[in-house]
Design a protein around this ligand. Structure first.
Ligand SMILES: C[S@@+](CC[C@H](N)C(=O)[O-])C[C@H]1O[C@@H](n2cnc3c(N)ncnc32)[C@H](O)[C@@H]1O
Length: 250
């Protein structure tokens, strides 16, 4: 396991129209790390949908000989999804939150899985090429998604796959209404009850509201040099709300 220093951003905790200042997000995840698994465990479909995105990458065989990157791996929920579809692959999980990684590292992993403390922007201690990259609930939390997509492209081998797993509601009035209802009916009250804080959960609501529609996200992928770009959504309340956006490095 590699631990490179990532400076802890001072927190203003100011949740603006687009959510928290992006450089503060990992620090808020540090604070929320202890409750993260319990809270996402209450979200029906959370783990199934991560597994669906991992399966949509259509990785060959059981992953033997493959190198996979889980960008923004958090407590390892998305890492476990990758491991489920490619149990023999080498998997590198990276995250800028030391607190989230500490939780990830307490879980039982095979020796082929390692975690690196670094920002997705710096990728310190992480070397490509990778056969596939999964970025689950990461891109929306970055200042410059286009630069990050180009970085991902450079980290992939030719023919390698990028899967973004994200909330995206801007293209659908129905999805926006569902997101509003779930955020204010469930996510924010539950977050407050569990942690006594709401900044991270209001950030989630706001950052999704201000994030790309799925069409724009596909366009960004193409502009960053990905081929065969397409998206699929999920079942349950997340239908039309959570999407996998996939593309291939030519
Ligand atoms: C909502 S969590 C998702 C965790 C995991 N992928 C999952 O599906 O459960 C988002 C993660 O992105 C991380 N993150 C946010 N900004 C980041 C950045 N610039 N570089 C690396 N990780 C970042 C956070 O620390 C957090 O662990």
């Amino acid at each position: 396991m590699v631990d490179t220093p990532v400076s802890r951003a001072p927190r203003t905790g100011a949740v603006g129209r687009a959510g928290l200042p992006r450089h503060e997000v990992p620090t808020h995840f540090d604070d929320g790390a202890g409750d993260y698994d319990r809270l996402v465990g209450m979200n029906p479909g959370y783990h199934d949908h991560l597994r669906a995105s991992a399966a949509r990458m259509r990785l060959p065989h059981d992953g033997a000989g493959l190198r996979l990157l889980d960008a923004g791996c958090g407590t390892g929920a998305s890492t476990a999804a990758l491991l489920g579809v490619a149990p023999r692959a080498e998997i590198v999980g990276v995250d800028a939150s030391a607190g989230m990684l500490e939780r990830a590292r307490t879980k039982p992993w095979p020796g082929s899985v390692r975690f690196v403390h670094t920002t997705a922007e710096a990728m310190e201690g992480v070397e490509g090429p990778f056969d596939a990259i999964l970025a689950a609930y990461l891109l929306r939390n970055l200042d410059d998604p286009d630069a990050q997509l180009r970085r991902f492209r450079e980290l992939l081998r030719p023919g390698g796959t990028l899967a973004l797993h994200e909330y995206s509601v801007a293209d659908s009035p129905r999805a926006r209404a569902v997101w509003h209802a779930v955020s204010w009916g469930v996510i924010i009250p539950l977050g407050r009850a569990a942690t006594g804080e709401t900044a991270l959960y209001r950030h989630l609501w706001r950052s999704v509201n201000s994030f790309d529609g799925v069409g724009r996200l596909r366009d960004r992928m193409r502009a960053a040099g990905f081929d065969a770009v397409h998206s699929e959504t999920m079942t349950g309340w997340q239908n039309g709300v959570v999407h996998t956006v996939l593309g291939t490095r030519p």
